[in-house]
Ligand binder design. Structure first.
Ligand code: ADE
Length: 228
């Protein structure tokens, strides 16, 4: 069983349409849609925005639906010179840019308890995703995706995140889904199509391009499910 999480309806609806024998179970206000896509057992959910919703959703997929792997799909703000709107960022690792225990001796972004800054994605999943994105002919980059409970739209925020973590894209769920998977030993990967440049134009670009970007990420997930 593969779990697929998106924060917003537009990031998951295109997948829900493809589910055969679908059934819905609601837990903690989140609808979990089970069934098959391309013969693969899946559970899909729109978790809501931010790290808490994302962690609740991931933990529920792991405990209630016993997922073998978790894919996060959706949109992100661009932090890389190699990417632009509608390019794709594939996470090799995730960080939480708003995690700050530096006053008590930790590194920036270090997760107390597991003492990691970067949580690595599953290498096999990353290589399947990369293979699918390449085959689509879309511009893409593999690297660190940074997560925090902030919509990034200022140069100083971008500088902070790229300076500390060399991240290629910013979003609001991947890091907490990654942490949840890590502590439960579940393989995961994050796929994000760029909806905005995480700068002053982001508040206008995000609503203008989010639908199209979300659809690109969904196409990749469909190909990954075929190959998995
Ligand atoms: N998701 C899409 N664009 C984003 C941004 N600029 N900051 C955080 N999350 C995003």
């Amino acid at each position: 069983m593969i779990g697929v999480i998106g924060a917003m309806q537009i990031e998951i609806d295109g997948l829900k349409e493809k589910v055969e024998n679908s059934q819905t179970v609601t837990v903690s206000g989140i609808d979990f849609v089970t069934g098959t896509i391309h013969g693969t057992d899946v559970v899909l959910a729109v978790c809501g925005m931010g790290k808490v919703f994302a962690a609740v959703c991931a933990q529920t997929m792991i405990l209630k639906f016993q997922v073998d792997a978790l894919i996060t799909t959706g949109v992100a703000g661009n932090l890389s010179e190699k990417l632009g709107i509608k390019s794709v960022a594939v996470a090799s690792s995730v960080v939480q840019h708003d995690m700050d225990l530096t006053p008590v001796g930790y590194a920036q972004g270090e997760l107390g308890g597991i003492n990691l800054v970067n949580i690595p994605c599953d290498k096999k999943l990353v290589s399947i995703v990369e293979h699918c994105v390449k085959a689509m002919g879309v511009n893409y980059q593999v690297g660190t995706i940074a997560t925090g409970d902030q919509f990034i739209n200022k140069l100083e925020q971008k500088r902070f995140i790229t300076g500390h973590f060399q991240a290629i894209a910013a979003e609001m769920e991947g890091g907490s889904i990654g942490q949840t998977c890590y502590i439960n030993h579940v393989p995961f990967v994050i796929i994000r199509a760029i909806s905005d440049d995480a700068d002053g134009s982001a508040p206008e670009d995000f609503p203008a391009f989010a639908n199209e970007a979300a659809a690109i990420s969904i196409e990749i997930v469909l190909d990954v499910l075929k190959e998995y």
